[in-house]
Write a new protein. Structure first.
Lengths: 85, 484
């Protein structure tokens, strides 16, 4: 393996570990820190609040998806560098 | 709950530091605040990842783009969660401001209406002159025959309940109902203004009296009742000191949460008259004056003419009137017996009448009060001073706290719970939402609620005896003596 590839491989592996950590944190945040639907209001206020919660959960899902893509592409990059070496 | 009836677990915590919020709203706001912080932290963590440039490796470039997208997404999550947190906190504060404005406005109208009605009572009574004459004749007969005190008292037993519990159980559905309780609270609040109106006070005068108008109402009930032998206050005398068993080592024996505090209040349901009405714990801290925890029990008999029991309906009414009741006098005597003077640091905890009694003592200014916790006590119109942690617990389907009028102690932490929420009621209890076991259940919910207000307040209350050594725990039992 050429020296630049060895350094890149180490950096990619570090990146992979960081992304794995972020995915775990994000999953934990999604299950514990997104509030349940409102019980404290009624009518339009409750509907608007619950809709905002839904959008928040959707944002988290999108961010999670992006991190998972980053993790998957990092793994594929690692495999390619290893194959090349 | 022993009866197996399903009760509601929702608490409504308000007052003290942050306006009103339901427990769920508090919890949601806290979650969103933490989510916002967590998303920001993760976005910063992702932003620190240096893109790895590996010539000829497509996936490394693609991963860098995905990391940027995820970073932007997490910033969005942090912003949205932060915004929702702000909305909840603002809404909670706006809610209580609105509630207070509406409450004050409604109270103003009620007070004026009650006074208006009272002003016309005399005219109505004169119009019904015949009825008034018959009523006066009956009244005079009762007074001449020595009153109805003994006859009324014979209808009550030692279990704190009228003998005809079946009748009261029959109206449990009506009594244990938020609407009825709210109506009772309004009525309790309106008796005083109505009497002031009947006495010819000018329009609006009742509002100027504040809590005194409520006390005036109670006095208006006591006065006529006394003429027929009911609600007559007496002296009290100490008949027994009862050392209390303490299982924990002296250094670990101090109260440590809401449930523990309530469990130390003397209670016994049907336990008869032998139990203490007051328990006083004395603690020592090196280099400091002794400190005391005073626990005051609830009504022992609802009789309005008990010849022996100071924890009766007479004391309930005297407490409402702002007069020295038998129970207040008894607790003061017990405190003196325990060595408490005006400088001794003291905390009060009370249930039911004990809550009202404890509130009266804390409000009296006669003691160095360091904390007050009441469960189901009629405390609404007792003007509590600030300066010490105060928690007032009321079930919104319990008629007893409602008899104390509107809850005006906004500096206290007020915990409300609708125990049955219109659901099925236990068949074996009268006014079940006032029952000790349901308040104990509420105390347990308070301990597990993670409400910042409740957690902060119990920390302040418990710090009073933190590290102190329990020297003694003594129960006191009093009986009534002769009329004052």
């Amino acid at each position: 393996m050429i020296p630049t590839d060895a350094a890149a491989l180490a950096a990619l592996e570090t990146q992979f570990r960081q992304l794995t950590t972020v995915i775990a944190r994000l999953l934990a945040a999604r299950s514990h820190l997104v509030p349940a639907r409102a019980t404290f209001w009624s009518g339009p206020a409750r509907e608007r609040y619950n809709a905002a919660l839904h959008e928040l959960d959707r944002d988290i899902a999108q961010a999670l998806e992006a991190v998972r893509f980053a993790q998957r592409n990092t793994r594929l990059a690692i495999e390619e560098v290893e194959r090349r070496g | 709950m022993a009866s197996g009836v399903r009760a509601s677990d929702d608490l409504d915590v308000s007052g003290a530091t942050t306006a009103v919020a339901t427990e769920d709203l508090d919890r949601a706001a806290e979650q969103l605040d933490r989510l916002s912080g967590e998303a920001s932290t993760m976005a910063v963590q992702l932003g620190r990842i240096e893109p790895v440039a590996v010539p000829g490796i497509f996936f490394a470039r693609q991963a860098a783009i995905d990391v940027d997208l995820a970073t932007a997404g997490l910033h969005d999550v942090a912003r949205r969660a932060g915004l929702l947190h702000t909305v909840l906190v603002t809404a909670a504060q706006g809610y209580i401001v609105t509630e207070r404005i509406v409450g004050l406005a409604a109270r103003g109208v009620e007070t004026l209406a009650a006074q208006w009605f009272g002003a016309r009572l005399a005219t109505m009574a004169l119009t019904a002159g015949g009825i008034a004459a018959v009523g006066a004749g009956i009244w005079a007969g009762l007074v001449a025959s020595g009153g109805v005190g003994k006859a009324v008292n014979a209808q009550f037993d030692h279990s704190s309940r009228p003998k005809d519990g079946a009748l009261l159980r029959g109206v449990n559905g009506l009594l244990t109902n938020e609407s009825t309780v709210s109506l009772l609270r309004g009525l309790a609040q309106s008796v005083g203004p109505a009497l002031l109106g009947a006495a010819g006070a000018p329009t609006g005068a009742a509002q100027l009296f504040g809590t005194r108008a409520y006390e005036f109402g109670a006095r208006g009930i006591i006065g006529p009742a006394r003429t027929v032998g009911l609600l007559r206050e007496t002296g009290v005398t100490l008949v027994e000191r009862i050392p209390q068993e303490v299982s924990a080592p002296p250094r670990d024996a101090a109260p440590h949460n809401y449930t523990d505090r309530l469990s130390r209040v003397p209670h016994g349901g049907d336990g008869g008259p032998e139990r203490p009405q007051v328990i006083i714990e004395r603690y020592t801290v090196e280099g400091q004056p002794d400190r005391f925890e005073v626990y005051v029990g609830g009504t022992v008999t609802f009789s309005p003419s008990s010849p022996t029991e100071p924890w009766d309906m007479t004391s309930n009414l005297a407490n409402a009137a702002g007069w020295e009741s038998g129970s207040v006098e008894a607790v003061r005597e017990a405190m003196a017996d325990a060595g408490i003077d005006e400088k001794s640091p003291v905390q009060f905890t009370g249930y039911s009448q004990g809550g009202g009694t404890a509130a009266r003592l804390a409000a009296s200014g006669l003691f160095n009060t360091q904390g007050l916790t009441t469960f189901g006590g009629p405390t609404g119109q007792v003007e509590l001073p600030g300066g010490f942690p105060t928690v007032l617990v009321e079930h919104t389907d319990d008629p007893v706290p409602a008899l104390g009028g509107e809850q005006d102690n906004e500096g206290a932490v007020l915990v409300r719970r609708n125990v049955f929420d219109g659901g099925p009621l236990p068949r074996d209890l009268v006014a079940p939402a006032h029952h000790y076991d349901y308040y104990r259940e509420t105390a347990q919910l308070m301990d597990g609620s993670r409400s910042p207000q409740l957690d902060d307040t119990i920390r302040r209350l418990d710090s009073f005896t933190a590290g102190a050594r329990l020297e003694s725990s003594t129960g006191y039992r009093f009986v009534r003596t002769e009329e004052r």
